[in-house]
Design a protein around this ligand. Structure first.
Ligand code: ADP
Ligand code: MG
Length: 359
């Protein structure tokens, strides 16, 4: 399976978790390599938090075949004995302690002496650019700074695996983008295994070595950010990853991974087949990103006759809708306004930009 990794730091096989009648996790297996930034991506309610709670030991799963952290079976260990720490969206800092005391806390309860704990805490604060605010009260910090303190507090104990549950969810857009980069840099410099949860595909694509896409308590697809972005294997994955065009067709031929599909009006195009075992004659869906489609000359290979039905100027780009023999298509054009007023007779794309999977 594609979820198998070399030198696994986290190994999970067949987790099932039910809350009464609700199945939150349904036979989920995944693993994370040492030093990997693994992101679990999915909409609200897909089971992401439940997964982290099971890993950390805050939730006892209904059943699990294997749950290991750093090679150790932790399925029956209490949360405090597992070599992992969780960072939550709500920072969960102690308001009566100052910044450095918050960070040193985890070391103190592990019986480190006060001076060493202070030093380690200050070093961790330096990693998140907060050493200058070490003596402040928590109430004197902004949201972004509080989240940095929470991060420093989590990494200072050097867990084998850091679990992060939508840690940037409470921050505004600009700060979120800065923090994404800082988090990546922190993870790389520590070489720590991160399991990061988000509902934002942009966040997942920006930060991760590998993305696991979840829906309804199951893994839909996992792979590199580029795989998820360019090679969705299902309608759900394509929709979640933002494909504007998903068309119905029939597979009428294939050569290796290149398939030829026919639309109901008889129009044919080629594309890349992503779902395994797809056979000629099967109903398929064809997904193409709006920004990969552009006006082309009559002899372009993957192209169709088109007639504009709407054109919406959006500043940085223009959204154009056309009707074609393959169905309505959305185009996104990043060119200047001059070309935007031109008529369109045909639109086309690269063969590799059309993705074909089982309908
Ligand atoms: P996510 O983090 O992806 O939003 P969750 O893991 O929180 O998803 O939830 C998965 C499913 O389990 C949802 O249907 C949610 O309503 C349900 N659920 C989560 N926690 C509880 C609970 N304590 N009791 C009952 N149902 C729960
Ligand atoms: Mg959640």
């Amino acid at each position: 399976m594609s979820n198998e990794v070399a030198e696994p730091m986290l190994e999970i096989e067949d987790i099932v978790h039910r809350y009464g009648a609700v199945t939150a996790l349904s036979n989920v297996s995944l693993s994370a390599a040492k030093g990997e930034f693994l992101t679990i991506l999915g909409s609200s309610g897909s089971g992401k938090t439940t997964m982290l709670r099971v890993i950390s030991g805050l939730e006892l799963p209904t059943s699990v075949r294997r749950l290991r952290i750093g090679g150790q079976d932790v399925a029956r260990l209490p949360a405090a004995k597992r070599n992992c720490t969780t960072v939550f969206q709500s920072y969960a800092l102690f308001p009566h302690m100052n910044v450095v005391e918050n960070v040193a806390y985890g070391l103190r309860i592990r019986k480190m002496n006060a001076a060493d704990a202070q030093n380690e805490a200050r070093r961790a604060l330096a990693m998140v650019q907060l050493e200058a605010k070490a003596d402040r009260r928590i109430s004197q910090l902004s949201g972004g700074e509080r989240q940095r303190v929470a991060l420093a507090r989590a990494v200072v104990t050097q867990p084998a695996v850091l679990l992060l549950d939508e840690p940037l969810g409470a921050l505004d857009e600009r700060l979120r983008q800065d923090m994404q980069i800082e988090l990546m840099e922190l993870q790389r410099s520590l070489g720590m295994t991160f399991v990061y949860i988000t509902h934002s595909q942009e966040e997942a694509l920006t930060m991760s070595d590998r993305v696991v896409l979840m829906s309804h308590g199951q893994i839909v697809q996992s792979g590199s950010p580029l795989d998820l972005f360019d090679r969705p294997e299902s309608r759900f994955a394509a929709g979640f990853m933002g494909y504007e065009n998903i068309l119905e067709a029939k597979l009428i031929g294939r050569e290796g991974t290149i398939g030829t599909v026919e639309f109901s009006g008889g129009l044919r195009i080629r594309g890349v087949i992503t779902s395994p075992g797809l056979k000629t004659g099967e109903s398929v869906a064809v997904a193409i990103r709006a920004e990969r489609i552009s006006p082309v000359a009559a002899d372009a290979p993957e192209s169709v006759e088109a007639k504009i039905t709407s054109r919406v100027y959006r500043g940085k780009y223009t959204d154009i809708t056309v009707v074609t023999g393959a169905g309505p298509l959305r185009l996104r054009s990043w060119h200047g306004m001059a070309s935007e007023t031109a008529e369109i007779q045909r639109v086309g794309w690269n063969t590799s930009d059309a993705v074909i999977f089982a309908a």
